[in-house]
Design a protein around this ligand. Structure first.
Ligand code: NDP
Length: 309
C-alpha cells in the first residue's frame, strides 16, 4: 500500500495538464497512464488545431511532449491501469492492475473515452491510413476528395456536415431506414446536397492495401453490394466513456459520462474531480481536455489546502 496527496488517472491531454499544474503547485502527484499512454491522440496522425504548434504536430509526438513536461515538473508518471476504487470514505482507495493499493486524499479522473469501432479487419488495418474516428481531427486531409461516414446519431450528423464543407461528396452509411440524430441535425444533413445517404446499409469492407481507396457496403434488406470509391472513411457510431469502475460512487448520465458541477471539475464526491472526455461528450478536443485538466488541478489544490493543511 502506498499513500499520496493526489492521484491522477489517465494520460491524455487532461491527465498530463493536471499533472503539470499540480506538480508546479508542489503537490507531487502520482499519475497512472492507463492501458494506452497518451490516450486517443496516439491513434491520430497530424494535429493542426492545437495552439502553439504552428506547423502542426503528430498526435503521438504531442503526447510525448506533454509527458516530458509533466515529468520535468516533478510528476511521478507510471504505467498501470486503475482496476477498482473505493470512494466511500477518506482516504480514497484505488487499486492499480488489481494489485497495488493506493490511498489518496484527492483523485483526478482523466480516463477519457474510447471511440466505438465497427470491429472489421479492414478498419483496423487501415486505421490512420484513411480510416479515422474523428472528422474534426482528420477531415482536413480529405479536402476536395470523396469520403464516407458510418453512423446516424448526432455525432455522425455533425461530422458529416463538417466533412461536407471540405469534401466533394460525403457518403453516409446508415444501418436503419431512419437516423437517430435529433430532428434539426437530420434536417440539416438531408438538405445538404453533397451528402448522399445509403439507408439500410452496412459496411462490408473498407477497400485498399496501403491506404483507403473505397468501401463496399451491403444493403441489409436486398443484400445488394455496392462499391464506392473514397479516400477517407469515418466511423462515428458513438464513444464510450471509460468510467465503469467509478459507477458505484459517482453520478453519471445515462451514457456513463461523469457529471461535474457546472463551471468546475467537482464530482458528487468531495475530493474527486473529473476532467477531459470522461466528463465531456460535446467538445472532445485536445485543447478542451487540457483546459479541464488545468481546472481539475486548481480545484484539487484548493481542496487539499483547505482540508489538509
Ligand atoms: P449515438 O449512440 O447517439 O448514435 C450512434 C449511431 O451509430 C446510431 O445511429 C447507431 O445506429 C449507429 N451505430 C451504432 N453501432 C453501429 C454499427 N455497428 N454499425 C453502424 N451503425 C452503428 O452516439 P453519438 O456519438 O452520435 O451521440 C452520443 C450522445 O451525444 C447523444 O446523446 C447525442 O445526442 C450527444 N451529442 C450531442 C451533440 C450536440 O449536442 N451538439 C453532438 C454529438 C453528440 P442506430 O440508430 O441504428 O442504433
Amino acid at each position: 500500500m502506498e499513500k499520496t496527496h493526489l492521484l491522477i488517472l489517465g494520460s491524455g491531454p487532461a491527465g498530463y495538464t493536471a499533472a503539470i499544474y499540480a506538480s508546479r503547485a508542489g503537490i507531487k502527484p502520482i499519475l497512472y497512464q492507463g492501458i494506452q499512454p497518451g490516450g486517443q491522440l496516439t491513434i491520430t496522425t497530424e494535429v493542426e488545431n492545437y495552439p502553439g504548434y504552428p506547423d502542426g504536430v503528430q498526435g503521438p509526438q504531442m503526447m510525448i511532449d506533454f509527458e516530458k513536461q509533466a515529468a520535468r515538473m516533478g510528476a511521478d508518471i507510471r504505467y498501470g491501469l486503475a482496476t477498482k476504487v473505493d470512494f466511500s470514505q477518506q482516504p480514497y482507495k484505488v487499486w492499480i492492475d488489481e494489485e497495488l493499493e493506493i490511498e489518496a486524499d484527492a483523485v483526478i479522473i482523466c480516463t477519457g473515452a474510447s471511440a466505438k469501432w465497427l470491429g472489421i479487419e479492414s478498419e483496423k488495418r487501415l486505421n490512420g491510413f484513411g480510416v479515422s474516428a474523428c472528422a474534426v481531427c482528420d477531415g482536413f486531409f480529405f479536402k476536395g476528395k470523396e469520403v464516407a461516414i458510418v453512423g446516424a446519431g448526432d455525432t455522425a450528423a455533425e461530422e458529416a456536415l463538417y466533412l461536407a464543407k471540405l469534401c466533394t461528396t460525403v457518403h453516409m452509411i446508415v444501418r436503419r431506414d431512419q437516423m437517430r440524430a435529433s430532428k434539426i441535425m437530420q434536417d440539416r444533413v438531408l438538405k445538404t446536397p453533397n451528402i448522399k445517404i445509403y439507408w439500410n446499409s452496412e459496411t462490408d469492407e473498407i477497400l485498399g492495401e496501403q491506404k483507403t481507396t473505397g468501401v463496399r457496403i451491403v444493403n441489409n434488406i436486398t443484400q445488394e453490394k455496392t462499391e464506392i470509391p473514397i479516400s477517407g472513411f469515418f466511423v462515428a457510431i458513438g464513444h464510450e466513456p471509460n468510467s465503469g469502475i467509478f459507477k458505484d460512487y459517482l453520478k453519471m448520465d445515462e451514457a456513463g459520462y461523469i457529471l461535474t458541477k457546472p463551471g468546475t471539475t467537482k464530482t458528487n464526491v468531495e475530493g474527486i474531480f473529473a476532467a477531459g472526455d470522461v466528463q465531456d461528450k460535446i467538445y472532445r478536443q485536445a485543447v478542451t481536455a487540457a483546459g479541464t485538466g488545468c481546472m481539475a488541478a486548481l480545484d484539487a489544490e484548493r481542496y487539499l489546502s483547505e482540508k489538509f493543511s
